[in-house]
Design a protein around this ligand. Structure first.
Ligand code: BEZ
Length: 211
């Protein structure tokens, strides 16, 4: 059965462009984004890997380690890194796992046989400090991912882990958030001293509490 939200992400040991990776050790106490791509030396993947390298500082600000994977071997990733630099201007600054035996791909269900028997799909797993899966996204090979969206979700996950709030449609960091329905109005006055606006009894907006 596929990994679902709230499941514990499996630990693994694998070879990468930065040597042997022990997944849990690599994540430490922070957050992680594990993402697979279908194949080395392919155009969409080249743009994605360059973009993740460009955004590495943004992930670090969120105490988040990134880790890429494909079923090509590490030796192939290492040659491809030169092309990624030429094409995007970005040096690969995070590990890319080589998974020719599909050990990690199978653990995480990154091969979808009805899409392709041999290639990993574009999966994203966000893993929390408790090693539980907080987000899964699956894209087809023909569509590059939006890594700004992954950052946006990390902002939401990290905020909602600390406060009794949820984030509304298209929310980005800094915008008003929603007080969860488990919190009474009485309690909300204490917990959210900046106040709140009730559009409906169950839809109450408050300024982002950590701003
Ligand atoms: C790409 O990254 O461009 C790609 C990879 C596999 C299949 C199709 C496209």
């Amino acid at each position: 059965m596929a990994l679902q939200l709230g499941d514990v992400a499996p630990d693994f040991t694998a070879e990468s462009t930065e040597g042997t990776i022990h997944f849990y050790d690599y994540l430490g106490d922070g957050w992680g984004v594990l993402f697979s791509h279908p194949k080395d030396f392919t155009p969409v993947c080249t743009t994605e890997l360059g973009e993740v390298a460009r955004l590495k500082g943004e992930f670090e600000k969120r105490n988040t380690k990134v880790l890429g994977l494909s079923v090509d071997p590490v030796s192939s990733h290492e040659s491809w890194a030169g092309d990624i630099k030429d094409a995007t201007g970005q040096s690969l600054n995070y590990p890319l796992i080589g998974d020719p035996d599909r050990l990690v791909a199978d653990l995480f269900g990154m091969i979808h046989p009805n899409a392709s028997d041999t290639l990993t799909v574009r999966s994203v797993f966000v893993v929390g400090p408790d090693k539980k899966v907080k987000l899964t996204i699956t894209y087809p090979a023909s569509t590059g991912r939006n890594f700004q969206e992954i950052l946006r979700v990390l902002d939401s996950l990290q905020l909602t882990a600390k406060y009794s709030v949820a984030t509304p449609v298209n929310w980005v960091d800094g915008e008003d958030v929603i007080i969860t329905t488990a919190v009474s109005d009485e309690d909300a006055k204490v917990r959210f001293p900046k106040g709140f606006k009730a559009v409906k009894p169950y839809l109450r907006y408050t300024p982002q509490p950590n701003r």
